[in-house]
Design a protein around this ligand. Structure first.
Ligand code: SF4
Length: 193
C-alpha cells in the first residue's frame, strides 16, 4: 500500500513474509546492556525492515543484507552470555524481528529449551499487535514464544523521548502471555510512563 508523505509503509496482512525477505542477517549483537528492556539484557539486532519509518533510529538495519549472517557460533555465544546470573533475558530488535522469524524462532526456542522461563524474551516490532493477529503463521509462532512485545511503527508526529523503551506514544509495551490468554491487549504491569 502506498504511504502518505512522512509516514511509514503500511503492509496488507501477509504482504511481507520472512520466507521472501529475510536473509537471516544480523546487524549487531550487544550483550549485557541496560537499555533494551528491563534489567541486564543481551540484544540481537536482526537486519531488514520495510516499514521505513521517517526518523527510524537504525536506518542501516532497514537493509536485509546489512551486517553478517546469523551463525551457530553467535547463537552459542548468546546462550553462554544469557547463562550469567545477572542477565534477565534476550531482546530481539532490528530491523524487523517478525520478518526474520527463521532466526527469531530458532533463538527463542533455544532459550526456552535451555532456560525455560528463567530468562525472559522481549521483542520490538513495527507491526502492531492487531496486525500480527492477522498475519502469517510464523509471525504468530514467534509471538507465542516471547514475553513482551513493544509494538507499532515509530511515528515522528507522536515522538516522545520521555517514554520507557519506546520512541512514540502510539507504541505499547504488551504482556504477550496475558494478552494471548485473554484475547485482548494487556499492557506490561510495570509500565511507569
Ligand atoms: S519499524 Fe523500527 S526498525 Fe523498522 S523502520 Fe520503523 S523505526 Fe526503523
Amino acid at each position: 500500500m502506498p504511504r502518505a508523505m512522512n509516514e511509514p509503509n503500511n503492509p496488507m496482512p501477509k504482504e511481507w513474509l520472512a520466507a521472501d525477505l529475510s536473509q537471516q542477517y544480523v546487524a549487531d549483537y550487544k550483550p549485557f546492556n541496560f537499555v533494551d528492556g528491563e534489567g541486564v539484557r543481551c540484544s540481537l539486532y536482526l537486519s531488514g525492515c520495510p516499514f521505513h519509518c521517517p526518523g527510524c533510529y537504525n536506518v542501516a538495519a532497514q537493509n536485509f543484507h546489512y551486517g553478517q549472517p546469523y551463525t551457530q557460533e553467535l547463537e552459542d555465544q548468546i546462550i553462554e552470555d544469557l547463562s550469567q546470573d545477572y542477565v534477565q533475558g534476550l531482546t530481539l530488535l532490528g530491523g524487523e524481528p517478525f520478518l526474520n522469524t527463521q532466526v527469531g524462532i530458532r533463538i527463542c526456542e533455544r532459550v526456552r529449551a535451555t532456560f525455560g522461563h528463567q530468562k525472559d524474551i522481549w521483542s520490538w516490532s513495527g507491526y502492531t499487535w492487531d496486525e500480527l493477529q492477522k498475519d502469517s503463521a510464523d509471525k504468530l509462532k514467534m509471538l507465542s514464544l516471547i514475553d513482551i512485545l513493544v509494538d507499532g511503527r515509530f511515528l515522528l508526529a507522536k515522538k516522545d523521548l520521555k517514554l520507557q523503551f519506546r520512541g512514540s506514544s502510539n507504541q505499547r509495551i504488551i504482556d504477550v502471555p496475558k494478552s494471548l490468554a485473554t484475547g485482548q491487549v494487556v499492557i506490561w504491569d510495570k509500565l511507569v510512563r
